[in-house]
Design a protein around this ligand. Sequence first.
Ligand code: GLU
Length: 293
Amino acid sequence: MPAPPPDKPVYRFAPSPNGFLHLGHALSAFLNHDMARTNGGRFLLRIEDIDLARCTPEFEQAIYRDLAWLGLRWEEPVRRQSEHFNAYHAALDRLTEMDLVYPAFLTRGDVKARVAAYEADGKSWPRDPDGSPLYPDHDRYRSKTERRRLIAEGVRHAFRLDMGKALGLIKAPLNWMETGDGACGEIPADPSVWGDVVLSRSDAPSSYHLSVTVDDAVQGIAHVVRGLDLFEATAVHRLLQELLELPQPAYHHHRLIMGPDGRKLSKSEGSTGLAALRDQGLSGGDIRRFVGL
Ligand code: GLU
């Protein structure tokens, strides 16, 4: 196929095959698809399957089936993140060469225990926008020799970004252009609220933040259209784009579809799952109306 003209804006829907799609995914997929069509752009599908333990071929096949049933068509070949670990590794190497990455040896359980001990006398440990405790300073100041020794001993570790050091390299104010359903216009990005984010883990060779940033650049995504639950994460993506000298897309974070309990839908909720709605005899057009389009 001849390469499409570079001036066509590129959109992507990027689900993770770790569960079945629900109405919230349908809204996201419709919006990306429709914006691409309205703006004479391209609509890509990206399978975000870096979490090898939770993503399955069955869930991936269900994504193709559900999207086709919604009446959507996407370009082939689909980019599957599990086939591009080299690209994420190269980005991690580059950040490592910049001396911005350190091995982090505390398990989730270790962090939890430290935080609980700290909070036992009424103090509160800082949390990120998703409510997880920030990673303690613990490993950031270890010597190179000690890091090497622990790794050689086979101690499991993740690689984390030294947020303070990384921000020290950013000279201009960090922000992004937003057109979504929340705050709009030029949004100031403050990635420090996430602390030293994970870039790769022993069980997942790349983190969401790293792979999404690399892929949006590789695929030339001009407009990132996704749910408002990822609004705050954009600050980290903007930081990684600056550090890795990648282009900056515009962002559109759309409203979320809430369940009957007023909470955002989860992949385990059968009643709002697309497959269940299809089995009830509904059509893609019905789903468009259900999600308010
Ligand atoms: N894979 C992410 C999810 O399923 C979406 C990532 C993105 O759109 O940036 O929630």
